[in-house]
Design a protein around this ligand. Structure first.
Ligand SMILES: [Zn+2]
Length: 470
């Protein structure tokens, strides 16, 4: 398989360190809010990369972290009058609602920063022992980027660029040896959560948590590090600097970055309002459509987000789903011939071509856009066979399993139905059940009305509430 490596800026043949095994890491969410479409793109993209490696027989270990301590977490928790831990617990649960909805397989390990403090402190100690850190009194422990001769090798920035960077940075580097130096440990401020360390009470910087988690769960060198393009600098550059300073060996062999989601601002604000979090989008489109939309473009190209683009994705996905339904109906109701018919050869060819081409496209830097076209070509051939009624059950069965197989590699849910109930409705129904349990009938009735406004009704049955579209 070829992957575009940001480090070399070329498409390279992927060669794992150990034959048949892949160690991969992706930067996960900061859990202070629901995640938005821009966050969802890497989750879906790198879940697909992991699925594809597994499809090709690799033994994958995939780690994705939760950033559960930083300024945003602290500010939001203060605003809401809850602890940072309560905020994290809440939005990690909400993360799973959306990530599961988007059919992202759960990463093998999902560490929280606050549960990795020992590893973080060990790593800072190693960097200190190797002469890479210094302390700014009352501020924190800093990484000295001038000590790392190849600092900038990922982002292709150099120290002069940083020196000349001015603006925000310049105002911000009092006490630092170089403008690009960054905190690996921040000393505690009043009212903030803190941990003890050899340098003083405080909390980890953002970059160090990923370096420490990589080392703890995957080792000193990993195969693939993934993330959004916006993380290349400074986050990933700093991860490299820290890990290599502490471990004394190369950190990561392949750096894979996805491009942004663009929003048609004018259209968005006019017609759809605040339409950016995944949870918001599910009020208009099912999760399966959002995933399909994300994979419809190549991950290194920007995708445009608009109502029109999502509607087009829904139409595309529905074509596959309808084909699959019709094919299943024919097979389940003896609608196929027992013996080889006139349509067998063409469908057998189409199945082979679709799979070969799908693999070729996915091998070419995870080209999901063209891989989806391969699925459409298979759909076309299946539709012809189903309409002509002259293809054997055996061949139609092979076509069905191939359609299931290829869709599953992309995590496309071909059993999804338009009647799928959005997550927001499910959580409202759960809240109503809870309210009834607590004999808060006023709230239960209120939720019933909200559901009605959104086009749903709930029937209480002995097996629990049943949700129906009105
Ligand atoms: Zn990270």
């Amino acid at each position: 398989m070829k992957l575009y490596n940001t480090l070399s800026r070329t498409k390279e043949e992927f060669r794992p360190m150990v034959e048949g095994k892949v160690k991969m890491y992706a930067c996960g969410p900061t859990v202070y809010n629901y995640f938005h479409l821009g966050n969802a793109r890497p989750f879906v993209t790198f879940d697909t990369l992991r699925r594809y490696f597994e499809y090709r027989g690799y033994d994958v270990t995939f780690v994705q972290n939760f950033t559960d301590i930083d300024d945003k977490m602290i500010n939001r928790a203060n605003e809401e009058g809850i602890t940072v831990k309560e905020l994290a617990d809440r939005f990690i649960a909400e993360y799973y609602v959306d990530a599961d909805g988007l059919n992202c397989k759960r990463p093998h390990i999902q560490p929280r920063a606050t549960e990795t403090i020992d590893a973080i402190i060990d790593m800072i100690k190693a960097m200190e022992a190797n002469g890479y850190t210094y302390v700014i009194d009352g501020d924190g422990v800093y990484f000295d980027v001038s000590k790392k001769a190849d600092y900038g090798k990922l982002s292709h920035y150099n120290l002069e660029d940083l020196q000349a960077g001015g603006g925000e940075r310049k105002a911000n580097y009092e006490g630092k040896k170089n403008p690009g130096d960054f905190a690996v440990w921040k000393f505690k401020k009043e009212g903030e959560p803190f941990w003890e360390s050899p340098w003083g009470d405080g909390r980890p910087g953002w970059h160090i948590e990923c370096s420490a988690m990589n080392k703890k769960f995957l080792g000193d060198t990993i195969d693939i590090h993934c993330g959004g393009k916006d993380l290349i600098f400074p986050h990933h550059e700093n991860e490299i600097a820290q890990s290599e300073a502490a471990n004394g060996c190369p950190f990561c062999n392949y750096w894979v970055h996805n491009a942004f989601v663009n929003v048609d601002g004018e259209k968005m604000s006019k017609s759809l309002g605040n339409f950016f979090t995944i949870r918001d989008i599910t009020e208009h489109f099912p999760y399966a459509v959002i995933r399909f939309f994300i994979l419809s473009g190549h991950y290194r190209k920007p995708i445009n987000f608009s109502d029109k683009d999502l509607t087009a994705s829904q139409t595309g996905l529905d074509r596959i789903v309808t084909c699959y339904k019709n094919l299943k109906f024919v097979l389940d109701n003896n609608g196929a011939t027992a013996d080889k018919g006139a349509g067998d050869d063409a469908l057998t060819d189409a199945v082979k071509t679709a799979r070969d081409s799908f693999i070729e496209h996915m091998d070419d830097d995870l080209n999901t856009a063209d891989a989806i076209t391969d699925i459409f070509n298979l759909v076309k051939a299946i539709n012809t066979a189903v309409a002509d009624k002259d293809t054997s059950a055996a061949t139609l069965g092979t076509a069905r399993s191939t359609l299931e197989e290829l869709s599953d590699v992309l995590g496309i849910d071909i059993n999804y139905s338009e009647d799928q109930v959005p997550a927001e409705i499910i959580s409202l129904v759960e809240e109503r059940t809870q309210a009834k349990k607590e004999k808060n009938y006023a709230r239960a009735d209120e939720i019933r009305d909200i559901l009605k406004d959104k086009g749903y009704q709930v029937k209480d049955t002995p097996n629990g509430p049943q949700i129906e579209k009105i």
